[in-house]
Design a protein around this ligand. Structure first.
Ligand SMILES: Nc1ncnc2c1ncn2[C@@H]1O[C@H](COP(=O)(O)OP(=O)(O)OP(=O)(O)O)[C@@H](O)[C@H]1O
Ligand code: SF4
Ligand SMILES: [Mg+2]
Length: 319
């Protein structure tokens, strides 16, 4: 599977150096919790301060444990969720400034391929005929979903776990199709996945998401060769052999429970699970994005330039 993917995915598309296609600034998406459907009982902070930009023709993978907010982020980019605060600027237009007509026009510029091909195909128009065919497999249905997403000639496709429900044998076919379309149309793709074995052939950059935040962002090769955040380390360690044919999901999640998004931990949200936790800092102050190497961002106090000593000791432990 990997060799085949490598063959078709060798050519990285040209990246447009000018204006980003998509700019996300300090985005928050909170869902209100209501006790018995009435009284306010807090918020699920599914996306809580996300920043990034994306070029035309670029491919980005978003990885992270179940419930960390990946789909909430994507639905907001697709114009399906209203941001609680922050900005989504696509092709120079601020989504929050669009009226209903503008939003409909916007949705033509973005395509959505979701996890479950069966649920993704509503029985209407001529797709109905295809759906009524009892022998249509998940792989074939997902191809229909992709074709439908392409009909409007979008600039961006959001693919939310596009192959996770499919048999390993057809995954590569569907990914090949997506990659071919991405190249031939110069498409931008955001690819959400647990499948680290395909990420490196499909995406120019990887973003690691944890409890509503993007905690590490870097070029794919750089992130896999030199992961910096302790959570990314744990994720990669949990994927025992990302190149093996059957290593298509994280083997296990990093030790400890994913945090509550209603009352997330103070300071760094990973601190209750982090082996390098620094009391009085990590549990108190939220770490900003540090950039220890160009284009490699990590939200962890170990990479504060004034904390080189702690970092060296962690690096020594990891060797
Ligand atoms: N409409 C909603 N109302 C209330 N809470 C929601 C809603 N949608 C998602 N959530 C909650 O927000 C959090 C993030 O959910 P989200 O679906 O974005 O995670 P995810 O990373 O896509 O997870 P998975 O990998 O399982 O698909 C979860 O706690 C989820 O229960
Ligand atoms: S900021 Fe502290 S708790 Fe958070 S990942 Fe870094 S070392 Fe661990
Ligand atoms: Mg999801």
């Amino acid at each position: 599977m990997i060799t085949e993917l490598r063959e078709v995915m060798m050519n990285t598309p040209e990246i447009n150096e000018s204006e980003p296609l998509l700019l996300i600034h300090d985005l928050h998406v909170w869902y209100e919790l209501r006790r018995f459907g009435f009284g306010h009982a807090g918020y699920v902070k599914a996306v809580d301060g996300v920043n990034f930009d994306m070029d035309e023709g670029e491919t980005i993978a978003v990885v992270g444990e179940s419930g960390c907010g990946k789909s909430s982020l994507m639905k907001t980019i697709l114009g399906l969720n209203i941001p609680t605060s922050g900005e989504v600027i696509f092709d120079g237009e601020n989504l929050s400034k669009l009226n209903n007509k503008g939003l409909r026009r916007y949705r033509f510029k973005v395509g959505y391929v979701q996890q479950d091909p069966y649920g993704a195909l509503p029985p209407f128009m001529n797709v109905q005929k295809i759906l009524e065919e009892p022998t249509l497999s998940g792989g074939q249905q997902q191809r229909v979903v992709i074709a439908r997403a392409m009909l409007r000639e979008p600039k961006l496709i959001v693919a939310d776990e596009p192959v996770s429900m499919l048999d390993a044998s057809v995954r590569v076919e569907v990914l090949k199709l997506m990659h071919a379309l991405q190249e031939s149309h110069g498409l931008s793709v955001i690819y959400i996945t647990h499948d680290l074995s395909t990420v490196k052939y499909f995406s120019r950059r990887i973003f690691v998401m944890y409890a509503g935040n993007l905690i590490e962002k870097a070029e794919t090769r750089r992130l896999l060769d030199n992961p910096l955040h302790p959570y990314t380390h744990a994720l990669l360690a949990a994927t025992s052999d990302p190149d093996a044919h059957n290593a298509d999901t994280f083997k296990e999640v990093p030790p400890g429970e994913p945090p509550s998004l209603v009352n997330p931990p103070t300071g760094c949200r990973f601190h209750p699970r982090c082996p390098h936790f620094m009391a009085g800092l990590c549990d108190v102050e939220f770490p900003p994005d540090f950039e220890p190497e160009p284009g490699h961002f990590v939200a962890c106090w170990l990479y504060d330039p004034s904390r080189r000593a702690e970092r060296s000791s962690v690096e020594a432990q990891l060797q």
